[in-house]
Design a protein. Structure first.
Length: 251
C-alpha cells in the first residue's frame, strides 16, 4: 500500500520485506550481531545505506531511518535451553524468514513459521513447544501463560526500516519534505531508546510473573551455526559472502 501511495508510511520489519528485497535478509542471520551497538552501527553505516537504497529502488519507497523492534530469545514449556543440543526435538515457531528457519533446523529444533496469531493456542494445545520472540511480545501477547523457560539466546536483533511512499512524498512542498526528513531522523534515536526501555520493563514484569530465565553458551550456538554452514548456504540470497562478512566485521 505504501508502494502504491495508498498510505503514506509504515514501519515494516526486515523479515516482512525479505520477499521483496532479499538483501535485507542479511540482517536476519541469527547471531550475526555481537551486541546492540554493533547492530546500530551496521544499520547506520554503509550496509544499512545500501539496503535502504535497494528498498527505495525496488519498491518506489523512501527509507527515512532504521528503527528497532527488539532482541529475540527462545522460550518453551519443556526445559531450559543452555546449548544447541537442548533444542533437539523441540517444536519452535520462528519468524517468517527462510534463513531463520534454516538456522533453527541446524541447531536441532523442529522449526516452523506458523502464523503469529495462532501461536498462543498452538503452544497451549501442545502443537508447539515454544517460539522465539522479544520480551515485549512475550508479555503483551500473554505467552507467559503457556510457557515457562526463557533462554537468553539474543539470536536476532530486529531491524525496522521506516518507509514513506515516494508518490506521496513527491507531492509535498519542498519545505514539508525537509521537515519530514528531519522529523524522521530525530525519531530514530527516540524510538530506539523507547524500545530498549520497554524491553527492560517487560523483562522485569515477566520475571515477576514467574518465568524462569537462563543465560546460554553463545559460543556453542555460534559454532553450530558455523559448522552447519548456515551463512554460506544462504549467502547468494543476500548478495554474497562479502555482504555477510561486511556485517560481521563492522566496527
Amino acid at each position: 500500500m505504501v508502494k502504491l501511495g495508498v498510505i503514506s508510511s509504515t514501519a515494516a520489519s526486515a523479515a516482512s520485506l525479505g520477499p521483496f528485497v532479499p538483501e535485507i535478509d542479511v540482517l536476519n542471520f541469527p547471531f550475526i550481531f555481537r551486541d546492540l551497538d554493533h547492530f546500530y552501527a551496521v544499520l547506520d553505516g554503509p550496509v544499512g545505506e545500501r539496503i535502504g537504497e535497494k528498498i527505495e529502488n525496488d519498491l518506489d519507497t523512501l527509507v527515512l531511518g532504521w528503527w528497532f523492534a527488539g532482541v529475540r530469545n527462545v522460550w518453551n514449556e519443556q526445559r531450559p535451553v543452555y546449548v544447541p543440543d537442548d533444542l533437539q526435538g523441540l517444536k519452535i515457531r520462528v519468524i517468517g524468514s527462510s534463513i531463520v528457519l534454516d538456522a533453527f533446523d541446524t541447531l536441532g529444533a523442529q522449526a516452523t513459521t506458523m502464523s503469529f496469531g495462532e501461536l498462543y493456542s498452538a503452544t497451549q494445545q501442545g502443537v508447539l513447544d515454544g517460539a522465539e520472540s522479544d520480551h515485549t511480545d512475550l508479555l503483551v501477547e500473554k505467552f507467559y501463560e503457556v510457557t515457562k523457560f526463557v533462554s537468553l539466546t539474543e539470536h536476532l536483533y530486529l531491524a525496522v526500516p521506516l518507509t514513506y511512499s515516494k508518490k506521496k512524498f513527491d507531492r509535498l512542498a519542498p519545505d514539508v519534505q525537509d521537515a519530514l526528513r528531519m522529523a524522521a531522523r530525530e525519531s530514530v534515536q527516540i524510538q530506539r531508546t523507547a524500545m530498549e526501555a520497554n524491553n527492560e520493563k517487560s523483562l522485569l514484569a515477566l520475571k515477576e510473573l514467574g518465568l524462569e530465565f537462563n543465560e546460554v553458551d553463545g559460543v556453542k550456538f555460534r559454532q553450530k551455526i558455523s559448522t552447519g554452514q548456515v551463512y554460506e548456504r544462504n549467502a547468494e540470497h543476500v548478495g554474497g559472502v562479502g555482504m555477510i562478512d561486511e556485517v560481521i566485521n563492522h566496527q
